[in-house]
Design a protein around this ligand. Structure first.
Ligand SMILES: *Cc1c(COP(=O)(O)O)cnc(C)c1O
Length: 427
């Protein structure tokens, strides 16, 4: 069968397919650069695995307390070496990215301390962790206060605002690399490094914590290479490589990470307990695959940006700018367009391709959200998925793709749905 017929069988018309090919023809150089970054990161991961002498005994399951769990301890050393940190906490007991961030914050803040969010309002679910939206067990309830300094109009840090906001009580600076559900530019590791140097020049003992969700392996360096005391993320995003079924990580200084271990399990126990429950193969192998899986997702994001930009939709990042995370925002402008886009992504999935996504109220979010995902791991956003809050400006946040070819199909089908709904006309 010809490729066009195969796409037709999957629901992509010849017109949409050819439109995609025209866009792709100009992306050869961009894709080459993505592959170059993946190659460097693959070397980094392999080196960390080899230095730590990863072997088959590390894949053995442990249960109960998990004392002397060599696989778990070795995985943590691999993460620490790869991200150039003194220590790492990488556990299936960390249930998601929000949990990892909650552990990192609550372990390192005491009553009377203040958090300073230097990249503006944090990711939606953190509002309850911090207590920006009142919530039981929030940091606010424990007497931790919060301040934020919004990014400037162009997305840069507001250095003067940040200087003015650092006070006696300021203990931890929160920096979010990815845009999350905002239409702002994502921060480069270089820009994050400059901010860290700046805040440490004002108050050297500040803890700089970077929410690294969606950013891992997109560049050849991580925020831990430019002075972050902790980088924090989810294993069902980039570093899990699509294979990790659960988990989160915190990599950073020994002092910070040790406290996180005590907060996650119990004071006195720390990192010494926590059985791996047979997940080690997935966590190691997922980390091994993560650089190339991230590259596939990036190619999808770059393709989507260029395709939708040419059709006149505002896209962030734009078609030509450099990438610092795997998220692509496309401002669709209406509820109908948002729903149509998500239907296309859903239809492309290997799992649950036959269901229709609908907007729904979600815990942790303050407006209805529509989500399209047909993933092997529930909620995995390194797998091809699209979601967006049903509010102005109706931006869809598109991410993932374990393979570039799957991401491509998803994007073509999203366009097909917009064409079918009469929202887009291809010339
Ligand atoms: C996904 C994400 C989180 C939260 O991770 P979950 O695994 O969904 O809890 C936090 N911050 C950012 C920037 C994210 O993208």
């Amino acid at each position: 069968m010809e490729i066009k017929e195969m796409y037709a069988a999957l629901g992509v018309s010849a017109e949409v397919y050819e439109h995609g090919e025209k866009v792709l023809a100009d992306l050869t150089e961009r894709f080459r650069e993505v592959d170059r970054i993946a190659e460097i990161n693959q070397c980094k991961v392999l080196h960390a695995m080899q230095e730590n002498r990863v072997n088959a005994t590390h894949f053995a399951a442990t249960t109960g307390y998990g004392y002397n769990d060599d696989g778990r301890d070795t995985l943590e050393k691999v993460y620490a070496d790869c991200f150039h940190t003194e220590a790492a906490l990488v556990r299936p007991q960390i249930t998601c990215g929000t949990h990892a961030l909650a552990v990192a914050l609550s372990a390192n803040l005491l009553p009377g301390d203040e958090i300073l969010a230097a990249s503006g309002r944090p990711y939606d679910t953190l509002e309850e962790v911090i207590g920006i939206r009142p919530s039981p067990c929030s940091l606010a309830e424990y007497g931790v206060t919060y301040r934020e300094v919004a990014l400037l109009e162009g997305g840069q840090f507001d250095y003067e605002g940040i200087r003015a906001a650092i006070g006696e009580k300021t203990k931890l600076v929160h920096i979010q690399r990815s845009k999350g559900y905002q239409t702002r530019p994502t921060l480069s590791v270089k820009a994050i490094g400059e901010l860290i140097s700046f805040v440490k020049s004002i108050k050297p003992d500040l803890i700089c914590m970077v929410d690294n969700c969606y950013g891992e392996f997109v560049e050849t360096i991580e925020p831990s290479d430019v002075g972050a005391d902790m980088i924090v993320g989810s294993l069902i995003k980039n570093p899990g490589g699509g294979l990790a079924p659960i988990g989160g990580y915190i990599c950073g200084t020994k002092a910070c990470v040790e406290r996180c271990g005590y907060r996650l399990s119990a004071p006195g126990l720390g990192q010494e307990v926590g059985a791996n429950l047979g997940l080690m193969t997935s966590l190691f192998q997922g980390f091994f695959l993560a650089p190339t899986v991230t590259a596939s997702a990036l190619k999808g994001a770059i393709f989507a940006a260029n395709l939708y930009e040419r059709l006149g939709f505002p896209v962030i990042p734009n078609g030509s700018e450099s990438r610092h995370d795997i998220i692509q925002a496309v401002t669709l402008g209406s509820r109908e367009a948002l729903c149509a886009f998500c239907k296309g992504i859903q239809q492309a999935a290997p799992v649950d391709s036959y269901v229709t996504p609908e907007p729904w109220a979600m815990p942790g979010y303050d407006s209805e959200v529509i989500m399209a995902a047909g993933a092997f791991i529930q909620g995995s956003s390194i797998e091809l998925s699209a979601d967006g809050p049903c509010r102005e400006p109706y931006a869809v946040y598109f991410q993932g793709g374990l393979t570039w070819q799957h991401a491509k199909l998803g994007i073509l089908l999203s366009l097909q749905k917009l064409v079918d709904a009469g929202i887009v006309t291809l010339s």
